[in-house]
Design a protein around this ligand. Structure first.
Ligand code: PLP
Length: 370
C-alpha cells in the first residue's frame, strides 16, 4: 500500500512550542517554578471563564486533587457514568472512596441525569459528569440534583476543551473541573493537567495539596499528607503555545467532523453518528461511529481491516462496571454496555486533510459491507 498511514490522534506542535521551550532552557527554569506556569494558568482560566486555573502533573492527578479538595474521603461514594476513561474511577479509588456508576444516554453517550437521584445515599459526596468525546453533559439537571443534597459536581472536562453548554464553556459549569493535556488531547503538554474553579477556598486547597500539603505561610511545615502533582515550566511553555492556537485547532476539528458527517450521509442503517444537542457545542476530541447491530462484521474485525488499509481507529472505552476492580454483577447499564461494544473512534485531529477523511469513510464503508 503506497498511501500513508492515518493516525487516530496527532499533536500539532508548529506554533511557539519550540521557541518557549528554548526560553526555559536558555533561562535555566525547567522545574515547577518559572514564568510559563503563571502565564499558562492565567490564559487557561480566561479561556474557560473561571477565576482559578491550576496546573498539575496530569489529568488523573487533576481529578484526584479536585476530589480531595471537595473533601472526598475513605468510605464516601462518588457518582459517575460507567462509560468513561478509567482515570475517572481510579481517582475516586485513590481517595478511598467508591465509584457508583450510572448508565449513559442514547445519542450523546453521556451520564443520564434521570438515573442519578436513585444512586444518591447519605455517603454520596460528589458527582462527576464526564463530557465524553467532547460533547458536554447535560449540566443543569445534574446541578439541580446535587444542590439540595450539598453534593459537589466535578466536571471531568479532559476531552472537552472548547466545548460549550448553553453558551458557557465546559469546565466552567460545576463546583470544580479538571482537564488533561496528554499527547492525544486537543491541547497537549505531553503529560499535564489543570484544575479549574470559581471558589477561592477550593482553589487554595488544590494549591496546597499539589505541593505536598505545605502550609503556604510556613515553609517546610506540612500539617497534612499532600502530593507532588506539580507541572513543570517546560510543560507549561508548550501548553501556552498550544493555547495561543486553540481556536484554529478546534476549528479544524469541527471541519473534520462536518466532513465525516457529509461523507457518511445516508448510512444511518449501518452507522450511528454522534448526536449534538441543540444546547451543545461539541469540541470533537474524537469523531465516532457506533456500528449497527445488524452489520455482519464485528467491531474488532472492522478495526483490524481498517488497520490493514493503513487507518488507525480506536475502540470505545470498556464501561467501568466490567473492569475487574470495579466489577458489579447486579447493575446491568444496558446502554453503556451496548454502545461501548459497538463504538469506534475515527481519526480526529487538526492535521487531517479532507482527502484523509474521505479515505477513512470510503474504506469504512467497504470494510463494513461484509
Ligand atoms: C485523558 C483523560 C483523563 C486522564 O488524563 P491523563 O492526563 O491521561 O491522566 C481523565 N478523564 C478522561 C475522560 C480522559 O479522557
Amino acid at each position: 500500500m503506497s498511501e500513508s498511514r492515518i493516525s487516530v490522534a496527532v499533536p500539532s506542535l508548529d506554533g511557539n512550542e519550540k521557541k518557549y521551550l528554548n526560553e526555559c532552557i536558555d533561562e535555566n527554569w525547567i522545574s515547577s517554578a518559572g514564568k510559563f506556569i503563571g502565564r499558562f494558568e492565567a490564559d487557561f482560566g480566561r479561556y474557560v471563564a473561571t477565576s482559578h486555573a491550576m496546573t498539575c502533573a496530569n489529568g488523573t492527578a487533576a481529578l484526584h486533587l479536585a476530589l480531595a479538595a471537595v473533601g472526598v474521603k475513605e468510605g464516601d461514594e462518588v457518582i459517575m457514568p460507567t462509560f468513561t476513561y478509567v482515570a475517572t474511577a481510579n481517582a475516586v479509588r485513590y481517595c478511598g472512596a467508591k465509584p457508583v456508576f450510572v448508565d449513559c444516554e442514547e445519542g450523546t453517550w453521556n451520564i443520564d441525569p434521570s438515573q442519578i437521584e436513585k444512586r444518591i445515599t447519605s455517603r454520596t459526596k460528589a458527582i462527576i459528569p464526564v463530557h465524553l468525546y467532547g460533547h458536554p453533559s447535560d449540566m443543569d439537571p445534574v446541578m439541580a440534583i446535587a444542590k439540595p443534597h450539598g453534593i459537589a459536581v466535578i466536571e471531568d472536562a479532559a476531552q472537552a476543551l472548547g466545548a460549550f453548554y448553553r453558551k458557557r464553556p465546559a469546565g466552567g459549569l460545576g463546583t470544580i473541573s479538571t482537564f488533561s493535556f496528554f499527547g492525544n488531547k486537543t491541547v497537549t503538554t505531553g503529560e499535564g493537567g489543570m484544575v479549574c474553579t470559581a471558589d477561592p477556598e477550593l482553589a487554595q486547597r488544590v494549591k496546597i495539596l499539589r505541593n505536598q500539603g505545605m502550609d503556604p505561610n510556613r515553609r517546610y511545615w506540612f500539617p497534612e499528607v499532600g502530593y507532588n502533582y506539580r507541572m513543570t515550566n517546560l510543560q507549561a511553555a508548550i501548553g501556552l503555545a498550544q493555547l495561543e492556537r486553540v481556536e484554529s485547532l478546534l476549528q479544524r476539528r469541527a471541519q473534520v467532523a462536518a466532513r465525516y458527517r457529509e461523507a457518511l450521509r445516508g448510512t444511518e442503517d449501518r452507522f450511528e453518528l454522534p448526536k449534538v444537542e441543540d444546547w451543545a457545542k461539541h469540541s470533537y476530541w474524537m469523531f465516532s461511529v457506533v456500528l449497527s447491530p445488524k452489520l455482519k462484521v464485528s467491531r474488532d474485525r472492522v478495526m483490524e481491516k481498517m488497520m490493514e488499509r493503513g487507518i488507525e481507529t480506536r475502540p470505545f472505552f470498556y464501561p467501568m462496571h466490567v473492569l475487574p476492580m470495579y466489577a458489579e454483577s447486579s447493575e446491568p447499564y444496558p446502554i453503556a454496555t451496548s454502545v461501548a461494544a459497538r463504538g469506534i473512534n475515527l481519526p480526529t485531529h487538526a492535521h487531517l486533510k479532507d482527502r484523509d477523511v474521505d479515505r477513512v469513510v470510503s474504506e469504512l464503508k467497504k470494510v463494513c459491507e461484509g
